[in-house]
Design a protein around this ligand. Structure first.
Ligand code: ARG
Length: 286
């Protein structure tokens, strides 16, 4: 077959080579060449695990159960958000004092810890859209005469260091007051009230109400006051981490839209959150 052209030769050779490769593949042993080829392809990047910092001594928002698992409303919210956003998250118990620094240091990617969004805090971290409405609430012994916030002016008051509760009491009593007893956690402040080491504790309403309900033996009552400003919790990220913030905000919007948020709220607080009237307020004059 002298008439075999170069092209034809190449085609035939190509078929032969292909045949060899195919038969090699047909054998039980994988071709040796397959291993380097596979590892030469870029390995899929392992899914990032987002480290979530939380001070887990703040039931019902974040606390540790008997199995030392971190549980609570905040945890469920972030898990639901993460699911929507396709993010993997890991919760890490993180002391409240210094929790903000863990963002700066890169030890935590986000914080969920009933953190009230404040202008001052916005200087050092970025917040998601608000996910919970809160307010300060006073806890006192059942027989206490305290009936309003102003009554705490000259009393010994327990707070968790660096919380908004600490802020309002410091504002009331003055920053040099020696009557403010600061604790590293809110439950410690409440224990001190039980032991009568302080006359009152000021903390977030949800936590005070939860403590009263679960510690009836402590003989506490709560005292509310309209003087307390409304507060809103946000999920915090390192300042400038707009990419993560966008994911969280999208996830929050998604769980609010599909009813997951209301379901979780009801699970922890007995009823869905009160809806702000969508229709304009009625005219004042009539
Ligand atoms: N909402 C209050 C604040 O932002 C108290 C939050 C305390 N959170 C906690 N997990 N200990 O200051």
């Amino acid at each position: 077959m002298i008439a075999l052209t170069t092209r034809r030769f190449l085609q035939t050779a190509g078929l032969l080579i292909a045949g060899v490769v195919l038969s090699a593949c047909g054998k039980k042993e994988p071709p040796v060449a397959a291993a380097p080829a596979a590892s030469a392809a870029p390995a899929p990047a392992p899914a990032k695990v987002y480290m979530v910092g939380t001070d887990a001594a703040y039931a019902p928002f974040e606390s540790q159960n008997e199995k030392a698992e971190i549980v609570g409303f905040d945890i469920d919210v972030v898990n639901a958000v993460a699911k929507k956003a396709g993010m993997e998250v890991k919760f890490v118990n993180t002391p409240w004092e210094g929790i903000i620094n863990t963002l700066q240091q890169g030890d935590r990617d986000l914080l969920v810890s009933s953190i009230t969004i404040t202008d001052e805090r916005k200087q050092s971290m970025d917040f998601s859209s608000p996910y919970f409405d809160a307010q300060q609430l006073i806890a006192v012994k059942e027989n206490s005469k305290v009936s309003k916030f102003d009554d705490l002016k000259k009393l010994k008051v327990g707070v968790q260091t660096g919380t908004t509760g600490d802020e309002v009491v410091t504002k009331l009593q003055g920053k040099n007051s020696t009557n403010i007893k600061r604790f590293e956690s809110t439950p410690l402040a409440l224990k001190e009230l039980e032991a009568r080491g302080v006359d009152a504790v000021v903390a977030d309403n949800g936590v005070v109400i939860n403590y009263l309900a679960n510690n009836t033996g402590a003989k506490f009552k709560s005292v509310s006051d309209k003087a307390f400003q409304p507060e809103q919790y946000g999920i915090a990220v390192k300042k400038g981490n707009t990419e993560l913030l966008a994911k969280l905000n999208k996830g929050l919007a998604d769980i609010k839209a599909d009813g997951t948020y209301d379901q979780l709220y009801t699970k922890y607080f007995g009823a869905p959150p009160a809806k702000v009237a969508a229709s304009p307020a009625p005219a004042a004059s009539k």
